[in-house]
Design a protein around this ligand. Structure first.
Ligand code: SF4
Length: 457
């Protein structure tokens, strides 16, 4: 029977929120009678959930969808759908480069996706829906299957809010995702209960700015939500992203300290170490405030692992501004840094700043920063050698590492993630995906660790 079903291919570009949104869209496709395929060339419907945060990500979406313009050797071209942030930003303009597109589905239109699928089935084409929605969370898991996309099953994302009102001058998100809207806390908990019942053990709560979550008409703050989620049986670990430094409250720090299930890791994007650049970015905090937040965190959770985002080469960034960012990295010693060179985005104020830096300067600074951080990350990883960490096993390691010895025919190399978000590889003949395994760290690499299973495990 199932081979008669039409096939859908979903391609996701961008952040964790897009991964989650793709699960929603894939669930709605499943409701509409499609089954998934891993091969876009076999698909009757191709959907690309797009990202507008950087020019490169937008171009990737155009190039992927451009592949489906012609008629295939084996039959008609598939229905082709552009969804998400680029769709929201481009609207009808998407047809200029992709005249074969059948549907342009904006970030608030997911609740109307099934209606549009029906219209496409009835022969309509070139539909554009980038309109607003009364209930942006319509179509979320109460309507769609919760497990439609293949992939990691022990650790899953759950979106708790959409949109952003911070208007950082480089960022397109407020223009494509709209105002902040918090999802109903009880719907979130119900979804997580369902995931726990299906074997999920780790949850990452997602939003552009989770610290400002205000559910149930502002009565439930993010710290309250963490407490609610921590009471779900079967969920062992809770992570969240992304946090804005200006909204990192003492209540949240206290909740991170008090709730054992909340992982000992925080991603706190600083973007720049220069007060002048932070001001021009409209980040609403300065370098000292950032340091104060980090001290409060480290006081409450002494071994907390920290990661951050940096934008290198923001318009007007001087050599001295850049050195202040390097100095901030040296002072904080992050476990991981996600650094990008500035990319001008349409709609954003920074795109119109007159003092744009040339590409070579941006590249040179980015490389210098990444080299510098790599040494810090390696040093932080080496500090784990000799320590015991507990990992949540996620799967088989993609390739054998030094230290892997096959003791018997059942020995395999697996990997898990520590609560400090470190990837640890280890050899085992007993562990299974979803187990919590305690390991002694034997070796450290720039991006991962090697551990041995502790005897008692
Ligand atoms: S906080 Fe700033 S960078 Fe983050 S999504 Fe909002 S506007 Fe963009």
């Amino acid at each position: 029977m199932s081979q008669d079903k039409p096939k859908a291919y979903v391609n996701t570009i961008g952040c964790q929120m897009n991964v989650y949104d793709s699960q929603i869209l894939a669930g709605l496709l499943q409701n509409a009678g499609y089954e998934q395929t891993h091969d876009p060339d076999l698909a009757d419907l191709v959907l690309c959930n797009t990202c507008a945060i950087r020019h490169k990500a937008q171009e990737k979406a155009y190039s992927f969808l451009g592949r489906f313009a012609g008629t295939r050797i084996k039959g008609d071209r598939p229905l082709t759908i552009m969804a998400g942030c680029v769709a929201q930003k481009e609207k009808e303009k998407a047809f200029i480069r992709l005249p074969h597109l059948d549907l342009v589905l904006g970030t608030q239109a997911f609740g109307r996706f099934e209606t549009h699928l029906n219209a496409l089935a009835a022969g309509e084409t070139r539909i554009v829906d980038t309109g607003p929605s009364e209930n942006i969370f319509e179509g979320f898991p109460k309507d769609a299957p919760i497990n439609p996309l293949p992939g990691k099953q022990v650790s899953r994302f759950v979106t708790i809010m959409q949109g952003c009102e911070n208007f950082c001058t480089y960022c397109v998100v407020p223009y494509v995702r709209g105002k902040e809207k918090s999802r109903d806390p009880f719907a979130i908990v119900e979804e997580i209960k369902g995931l726990a019942a299906s074997g999920v053990r780790e949850i990452t709560l997602l939003g552009q700015n989770v610290n400002s979550y205000a559910g149930n008409n502002g009565k439930v703050c993010f710290a309250d939500l963490l407490h609610l989620v921590s009471r779900v049986d079967g969920i062992e670990r809770i992570r969240f992203a992304t946090s804005h430094p200006k909204d990192l409250s003492q209540d949240l720090i206290q909740a991170m300290k008090d709730i054992g299930k909340v992982c000992n890791h925080l991603h706190l994007p600083v973007q720049s170490g220069s007060d002048e650049v932070l001001k021009r970015m409209n980040r609403k905090y300065d370098r000292d405030t950032y340091f104060t937040r980090i001290s409060a965190l480290r006081q409450a959770c002494p071994d907390i692992a920290l990661s951050t985002d940096i934008i290198v080469g923001f318009p007007g960034e001087s050599v001295s501004d850049f050195q202040q960012t390097m100095n901030l990295l040296e002072t904080v010693e992050f476990d991981a840094v996600f650094a990008f060179s500035y990319s001008a985005r349409s709609f954003t104020p920074a795109a119109k700043f007159s003092d744009q830096l040339d590409e070579q300067t941006k590249r040179d600074r980015l490389n210098e920063l990444l080299d510098f951080q790599e040494k810090i990350t390696e040093k932080k990883n080496k500090a784990f050698v000799g320590k015991k960490v507990t990992v949540l096993v996620e799967g088989d390691s993609p390739k054998p590492r030094d230290g892997f010895v096959k003791k018997n025919k059942n020995t395999r190399q697996m990997f898990g993630r520590s609560d400090a978000n470190k990837i640890v590889h280890f050899a085992t003949d007993k562990a299974a995906i979803g187990d919590l395994v305690t390991l002694e760290i034997i070796n450290a690499y720039p991006h991962s660790l090697w551990g041995e299973v502790c005897e008692s495990d």
